[in-house]
Design a protein around this ligand. Structure first.
Ligand code: FE
Length: 286
């Protein structure tokens, strides 16, 4: 495919359907990044969608587990999740809230549904940290739905701005090395929207309601519900919703271009650092 477009409109370079997986204590997920077919999209290491109104799919949650060397971003669409860590930080996430956790040198936490029935839906994204920040102190940025700007970006286009800039507004997440853009975009039926995406960034969309056509007019790709479209170079993305409208995540970040050594919940640059992470975890140094 010719990926050069003189207007710098980002093309779709790859269409991916997630894989049904089970993680934590048996939570059913649609894993979109972090699979064999898509191990990562630098700096993004994992993207999971959880969406079920069957309690057995989520009720056992994610009991105590460690993280080191990256960030986890949880964005809740429906339901409630209780989290708590070994440093005494805890809280409740409800619909529309976001938790941006920089695990840094290490946390041990649990993420447990606080409901016995009803719909539980949302996303967890893992973003890598640059080598210089992997052993930074853990940090949380947590915001309820009311603290996330809702931008009327164009007629029929509403954007929840979690991270990055749009139309002179700025999402609440700050001070992240990969300078992320994280937008939840709702498109009314048949509306078009041109989304700015910094040309320096790696970017993708994930459609979770309806469907869109994405990319420059000369090379449009249909992206359906539960599909990710990885984007090529450019400074904006053209979207055209279908007759059902669409809702999607637009996520972008600066690639790190550093070696990745990964084992489960530890993501470092070398195998030696992975061994150290295990040793530190076992010795209670998280
Ligand atoms: Fe976790």
């Amino acid at each position: 495919m010719n990926t050069f477009h003189p207007d710098h409109s980002r093309p779709v370079t790859r269409l991916v359907r997630g894989e049904a997986v089970s993680d934590g204590a048996g939570v059913k997920l649609n894993r979109v990044i972090g699979t064999q077919q898509v191990p990562d999209i630098d700096p993004f290491l994992m993207l999971d969608e959880f969406r079920s109104d069957v309690p057995g799919d989520y009720i056992a949650g994610f009991p105590e587990h460690p993280h080191r060397g990256f960030e986890t971003v949880t964005y809740m669409l429906a339901g409630r999740m209780r989290h708590g860590d070994n440093h005494g930080h805890s809280g409740l996430m409800d619909a529309g809230s976001v938790q941006w956790m920089t695990a840094g040198r290490g946390i041990v936490h649990s993420e447990m549904p606080e409901q016995e029935d009803g719909l539980m839906a949302g996303f967890q994204l893992w973003i890598n940290l640059p080598a210089r920040d992997k052993m930074t102190a853990p940090r949380y940025q947590e915001f309820p739905a009311a603290a996330i700007p809702v931008v009327d970006a164009a007629p029929g286009v509403v954007v929840k701005l979690i991270a990055g800039e749009l139309a002179g507004q700025r999402g609440p997440i700050a001070g992240v090395a990969t300078q992320p853009l994280y937008q939840d975009i709702s498109l009314a039926a048949n509306t078009a929207f041109s989304a700015s995406v910094p040309a320096t960034h790696q970017a993708f969309i994930y459609v979770f309601e309806g469907g869109v056509n994405a990319g420059p007019e000369s090379a449009r790709h249909a992206v359906q519900k539960k599909q990710m479209a990885v984007l090529g170079n450019g400074d904006h993305l053209e979207l055209q919703a279908g007759s059902e409208g669409a809702r999607l995540l637009l996520i972008a970040g600066l690639p790190l271009r550093e070696p990745v050594a990964r084992y489960g919940p530890f993501v470092m640059n070398t195998q030696e650092e992975i061994h150290q992470a295990f040793a530190d975890y076992r010795a209670g140094r998280f």
